[in-house]
Design a protein around this ligand. Sequence first.
Ligand SMILES: Nc1ncnc2c1ncn2[C@@H]1O[C@H](COP(=O)(O)OP(=O)(O)OP(=O)(O)O)[C@@H](O)[C@H]1O
Ligand SMILES: O=C(O)[C@H](O)[C@@H](O)[C@H](O)[C@H](O)CO
Length: 167
Amino acid sequence: MKTTQPIAIIIMGVSGSGKTTIGELLSSKTNIPFADGDSFHPQKNIDKMVAGHPLNDQDRLGWLQEINKFCTKNIKQGKSCIVACSALKQSYRAILQNGIKEQMVFVYLLGTFELIQERLGKRKSHFMPASLLKSQFEALQPPKDAITMDIDNTPTAIVEKIVEQLP
Ligand SMILES: Nc1ncnc2c1ncn2[C@@H]1O[C@H](COP(=O)(O)OP(=O)(O)OP(=O)(O)O)[C@@H](O)[C@H]1O
Ligand SMILES: O=C(O)[C@H](O)[C@@H](O)[C@H](O)[C@H](O)CO
């Protein structure tokens, strides 16, 4: 990292792409605090996903606004933050960036359906069912202006590459 200005780093990608894993490791390497976007969901969103139903734009709106508020608060206080958030559509990323576009950096975790399905199959104790992966890929609009990382690599190697590319 080169910048001395505060930045909000959003680790994005479909469920199971590794946002929490990579976000936590990046946090330990950079000393920038990590927050999991999952913890900003209202209970009704969690219940819906647990029941096997994908969220729609309306369900995600308030959640994305909360994450934008959290990032804005940090930036205003002069602090950087790392947040894991699927941020699947361009319109969602616009909500996240509202008022802090220049200070927000997206890191996109790119992987195949097959690889992620396999990882989700092995993951223990998480509310998000693997059956929702197809809907995640259907909603996904890959970003053009993100630091893009192939997830078919070790977390350590991925995080090293992210650190090299951060502004
Ligand atoms: N680079 C990697 N190599 C191998 N396994 C990985 C890698 N990244 C993540 N995993 C594993 O894949 C699973 C999914 O990762 P993780 O929970 O971090 O994804 P996520 O994007 O945060 O998921 P969700 O959006 O559902 O919260 C976990 O079991 C994790 O240990
Ligand atoms: O956008 C969405 O459909 C959801 O927010 C999910 O992606 C979850 O937040 C989470 O990442 C799953 O664990």
